[in-house]
Write a protein that binds this ligand. Structure first.
Ligand code: NAP
Length: 323
């Protein structure tokens, strides 16, 4: 798995955005020698400095155009809402024959925003690695992030076959399996597997923090597995997730509609003491988790394999004072 290529497939790869995904891609490329040179761009000088310090990139530029000049592969690793302006800024500097891709969690909006701006002769192939954590920034990345995960590519009709093959091989070399879908189907699938669960997590953590009869310190102190797991998801980057909901509106609203109907059924079952309805659902959902473990997408260790927080970790984040 970690064997290095003798000759990198891409002479020069440009990473625009050097947060969790950009920095993980840099580590994954270094691990296998997938790029001769890696150039980078980030908005702030702090990120650019850190990326150089960590050796993520060989050169880092304030001007994204400088980063993409002569690059064979350009990867947009910024929040979805920032992609259009970024492409406008680099379109004149893209090399003919280059592949331009992204990692955005929504695909329909990316195609809508970027396709009209694509210069002739540049191969545009949208992508989404189904891999992530709740951390952000250049220090949060690691080479193994994509190992054993899926990367969904949503090529447009008439995409160049060779370019598509190259990008598939790139993601495989980063450790992922590749699946091809239409942007619309991707957005529907991700709405239920990722976007709505995040919205539920943001909502439940918000509701708990607004409760008046349970103090905030009690929520922290007695956070049982259920709530604690939601807080991990609800700690995800606010800008990234704002952009996801604004850009996958239709699919999220459709799935939320179904979710609301189903939760009303559960509400009714609890009110009327209908244990069969509850038991039937909880038995089916257990099977789904088993399937995810069998597919190698989750550990079967208790508590997701987490070790209890050490004393120093605990004291590093003191519980907030009671309101
Ligand atoms: P991140 O850690 O917050 O990093 C975002 C990067 O984008 C930073 O380098 C930031 O620069 C730069 N950036 C932010 N706003 C910008 C703007 N307006 N113009 C130019 N650059 C800007 O984010 P991430 O988790 O890597 O997410 C990046 C993309 O990956 C998103 O589109 C997201 O949908 C997708 N994705 C994320 C995950 C996940 O779990 N996190 C999983 C799959 C896909 P500064 O540091 O200089 O501010």
């Amino acid at each position: 798995m970690t064997e290095k290529l003798k000759n990198p497939e891409f002479k020069k790869v440009a990473l625009l955005g050097l947060g969790l995904i950009g920095s993980s891609l840099a580590h994954a490329m270094r691990r296998k020698n997938l790029a001769g040179t890696i150039t980078g761009h980030a908005r702030t000088s702090a990120t650019r400095k850190k990326a150089l310090e960590l050796g993520l990139v060989d050169q880092c530029f304030e001007d994204p155009g400088d980063a993409v000049r002569d690059a064979d592969l350009v990867i947009l690793c910024v929040p979805i809402g920032a992609c259009r302006d970024l492409l406008s800024a680099i379109r004149d500097d893209l090399k003919k024959g280059a592949i331009l891709t992204d990692v955005g969690s929504v695909k329909g909006a990316i195609v809508r925003d970027l396709e009209p701006l694509m210069p002739k002769g540049v191969h545009f192939i949208p992508a989404h690695p189904i891999a992530g954590t709740e951390h952000s920034g250049p220090e949060s990345g690691f080479a193994e992030l994509f190992d054993g995960r899926w990367c969904i590519l949503t090529p447009l009709s008439g995409s160049d076959e060779k370019a598509l093959e190259k990008l598939k091989n790139f993601w495989r070399a980063c450790g992922s399996s590749v699946e091809i879908m239409t942007p619309e189907h991707h957005d529907l699938v991700l709405a239920i597997t990722s976007h709505v669960p995040h919205l539920i997590a943001y909502n439940i953590v918000g509701t708990a923090s607004d409760l008046e009869r349970v103090t905030e310190s009690e929520v922290v102190k007695f956070s049982a597995a259920g709530f604690r797991d939601f807080t991990r998801i609800a700690a995800s980057d606010p800008v990234m997730w704002r952009d996801i909901f604004l850009n996958n509106k239709d699919a999220v609203l459709e799935m939320l509609g179904r979710f609301s109907e189903d939760i009303s059924t559960l509400q009714k079952a609890i009110r009327w003491g209908d244990g069969d309805v509850l038991l039937d659902l909880f038995t089916r959902t257990r099977e789904i988790r088993r399937g995810i473990i069998e597919a190698g997408q989750e550990t079967e260790l208790p508590d997701f394999g987490r070790a209890p927080a050490t004393a120093s970790e605990k004291s590093a984040e003191p519980a907030k004072k009671e309101k």
